[in-house]
Design a protein around this ligand. Sequence first.
Ligand code: NAP
Length: 293
Amino acid sequence: MITGKTKLLGVIGHPVEHSLSPIMHGAAIAHLGVDYVYIPLPVKPEDLKQAVDGFAVIGLQGFNITIPHKQAILPLLAEVSSIARAVGAVNTVWRTETGWNGTNTDVEGFLSPLQELGRDWTQANVVVLGNGGAARAVVAGCAQLGCAEIQVVGRDDQKLENFLHSWMNSSLSVNLQVHTWNNLPELLPDTTLLVNTTPIGMSPHLDRSPLNPSEVELLSADVIAYDLIYTPRPTLFLQQAKQRGAIAIDGLEMLIQQGAAALKIWLQQPVPVEVMRQSLQEHLGEGVGKNKD
Ligand code: NAP
């Protein structure tokens, strides 16, 4: 029940209608019985500063940030965590007496299913497909795991060059090399962790994969294939990798865990991750307990 004392949380984006965050946060808030509400907040790029100033005026407790504001929010914050600075993007903001503080929980979300595997990642040969915003969280995560070398594959030379340079003065120790897609066949046989951060294969393009059939043949049987896409689950890429014997990880757990980490920051208490997971699985029409591989 919303009362006069109910505290406000939300997600800003443009568009924001597609966001699954209100579903999982709403489920967690209801389960905990805390006096909060989490709402979608559509904010156009040109209105960002005005909106954030307004959030302070009305006493919003905190908010998530989705496309296109993850970088643009940085100068509006009083404090930014070192991981968010390394990634160059903020997805979680909370109010303090001195202003808004921000961090990036996508890195923690990305790492969560990998850490569950309990591997030594220092010898991993990591290949990241794509060099956009999500790839930045993936690279930061792999650096935190201690991966010796990270190969990033993209389609635009200038963007790849910019991506490479952006890590040079990073607080994280990142050993990165960039490649265009024509180099991918050379990289694949030795790849032990292959992460798709492109939208190739995302619904409704279910028949697309970042790998062509001959590239799939180059995957070793012990590769871990990780697709950040969460609709569909699994993508064609993950199906192909599984047929080669790979461990397949889809993007839903990353989404859940980044949300859980954000909610923990706002509420300052443990949060019901399983409730958040079930709410999204039900929303995505998968039923409880299905399709968790
Ligand atoms: P983004 O910043 O737009 O980056 C997308 C990257 O994919 C860019 O490097 C882009 O290349 C590349 N790309 C796009 N279409 C391509 C194509 N047809 N062929 C080759 N490369 C292509 O987007 P993002 O925010 O990083 O998100 C990427 C994906 O990750 C989306 O599917 C998103 O849903 C998913 N994601 C999932 C989570 C999660 O929690 N599971 C979190 C964040 C993102 P150019 O730069 O050259 O255009």
